[in-house]
Every structure is written in C-alpha cells, then in structure tokens.
Write a protein that binds this ligand. Structure first.
Ligand code: NAP
Length: 293
C-alpha cells in the first residue's frame, strides 16, 4: 500500500477528535485515503471532521460516527453501522484511549480504562474482522505505549476491584493492546490481514487532561519535552501506508522501527488467556475472579 495506492482506501480511526488520532486522520486524508472517524461527542466530532476535510486531498471522503467506546452496546452499534456503510475496510486504527486517576465503572460493569482502552478495540476488531478479511490486504493498528513496560495483566483482579492506581491500570491496558495485537496476528495467519501496535512517544495531546488540576499542571510541565501530535502520529500513518510493513505482522513499533516490547508483552500464553477472557467479558459472562462482575 503506497501513497498512491492509498487513494480510495477506506480507513477507520477511533479517538480522532483530538491528539494523535486527529493528526493521523488529517495525514491520511491528505494522502487521499477515505477516512471515517469515531468520536463520542457530536460537537467535537463535527469540529474534527471540518479540520480533516480542510487537509484532505481532492476526492478523499471524510465521514463520521458517534460512539462512546466505554459501552459495548455502542461498540456493537458502531460496528453494525460501519458494516452497513462501507463495502470494504482497508485499515482499522484502534487509537482511542484515556487514563482515569479514580476508579470508574462502565455501564457494562467493567472498569472504565479497561473498557475503553482494551475491550473496545478487542470487540470492534472482532466485529469487523470478516470485512477486514474480505478487504485483504488490510491492516489493524492499535495505539499502545511504552507505558506497558513493567506492567503485568492482573488476571486475578481484572476489574481492579481489590486495587486501583490510575497510571498502573493505564499501563496494564497498554500491555493488553500489545498482547491483543500478537494474538490477533497469530489468529490471522495466512489471511493477509496484518496487525501492528506502536508507541507514539510522549505527545502533547489531550491525554491526562481529564484528571483535575494537578494532572493538568503535570502535563503542562511535560510539554517542553513532548512531541507535537503530528510527530506522535508519524508511526501510525507509516503503519497504515508503508509497503515496508505489508508482510510483517504482530510487531510493536517505535519511531517506525520494530522494537521488542517487555517480556510480559511477549508472553503468548498470556496473550491467549487474555483473548479468551476478553471474549467472556464481551459476552457478559464474567466470572467473579477472572473478569470481575
Ligand atoms: N499522549 C501521549 O503521550 C501518549 C503516549 C503513548 C500512548 N498514547 C496513546 O495514544 C492514544 C491517543 O491519545 P492522545 O494522546 O491523542 O490523547 P487525546 O488527545 O486525549 O485523544 C484521545 C482520543 O480518544 C477519545 N476517547 C477517549 N475516551 C473515549 C471513549 N470513551 N469513547 C470514544 N472516544 C474516546 C477522545 O475523545 P474525546 O475528544 O471525546 O475526549 C480523543 O479523541 C491513546 O490510546 C493513548 O493511550 C498517548
């Protein structure tokens, strides 16, 4: 998939109302891709749509979908809308993500950071998989983070009921993004649908601006050593477009280079276990100690 071949290709990006996702959507539309964005706020989604249209190449289509990815019902409706609207899907970008310093629970009874950062990409990808296969060669890209370093998946407290630390939980979800990508790649072997995850760097975006004044100030202090959103989106755009990654799958990237993630992120037994538990969490059949209630 080179720059020219991107014309007419259908890309779907979550979390494209701000930050890395918005910059990537602008970059991909500028290269001629048809870009569909997912946002949870009608006004922010409309504003992002206008920005993406302004940078889009002539003929590139820009479309929008509304879904709060914390809700599994909303993810299911989103997937149904996408299947009804687009005959093919060339690139799915699971980018939406957030950190929450206080424990919150989604309408499905799932701890919120886990619901948005891990279960939403898991469920959305599964629901769109047949369309991705029918559109092959196609790609699934998930925005992970070096924040996964040092984390383990708490299989005995997956809903963070016994212990909750905002950044610790965030780290677990970013580890889950990498394990999900490896297991997805394994399951997709031979399908010509590839799966990639990446770390965008420390990016001056809206990240962690939802956690009160202290966190706001911390993010402002980090600005001088943070990248701008365009630089943060660079590896994402490259993964969506470059022929260099057309035949590799299951890898983790930093600055357009394949990089080994932590030992925990390379543990394929954990990846399989996480996949199976995530399926259960999405089916609403949670057991008390493996997935919470
Ligand atoms: N910034 C960094 O330094 C950094 C580093 C490593 C990885 N990352 C990852 O990069 C990704 C993008 O983050 P960002 O830095 O660009 O932050 P951002 O500016 O806050 O953008 C996050 C995006 O996710 C959306 N989102 C959050 N919760 C959602 C929900 N429940 N339903 C639907 N959309 C939701 C936001 O929508 P709203 O506009 O409605 O809030 C926004 O579009 C995340 O996965 C994050 O973990 C960021």
């Amino acid at each position: 998939m080179d720059e020219l071949a991107l014309r007419g290709r259908q890309v779907l990006i979550t979390g494209a109302t701000n930050g890395i996702g918005l910059a990537a959507a602008e970059g991909l539309a500028a290269q001629g891709a048809n870009v569909a964005i997912v946002g949870r706020s009608a006004s922010r989604t409309k504003a992002a749509e206008a920005l993406i249209r302004a940078s889009a190449a002539p003929g590139a289509e820009v479309s929008t979908h509304l879904a709060d990815l914390a809700s599994q019902a909303a993810v299911r409706k989103l997937a149904a809308d996408i299947l009804a609207r687009y005959g093919k899907l060339d690139v799915l970008v699971n980018n939406a993500g957030a950190m929450h310093t206080t424990r919150q629970v989604s309408a499905d009874g799932i701890e919120l950071t886990w619901a948005v950062n891990h279960l939403a990409p898991f469920l959305l990808t599964k629901l769109l998989l047949d369309r991705l296969k029918a559109s092959a060669p196609s790609r699934v890209i998930t925005t992970a983070s070096d924040a996964h370093l040092g984390a383990t998946i708490p299989f005995d407290d997956l809903n963070a009921e016994r212990s909750y630390r905002g950044f610790g939980r965030y780290k677990e979800t970013k580890l889950a993004n990498i394990l999900f990508t490896s297991e997805l790649a394994r399951r997709l072997e031979g399908s010509n649908v590839t799966a990639h995850s990446f770390h965008p760097g420390l990016v001056a975006s809206g990240f962690n601006r939802n956690n009160g004044l202290l966190m706001d100030m911390a993010m402002l202090l980090l600005r001088p050593i943070s990248r701008n959103v365009q630089k943060g989106a660079e590896t994402l755009v490259w993964l969506a477009t470059s022929p260099d990654v057309a035949s590799t799958t299951g890898r983790y990237y930093v600055d357009m280079q394949s990089r080994l993630p932590s030992p925990q992120a390379q543990d394929m037994a954990s990846a399989r276990r996480l996949w199976e538990i995530s399926e259960a969490q999405c089916a609403g059949v949670l057991s008390r100690n493996e997935g919470g209630s």
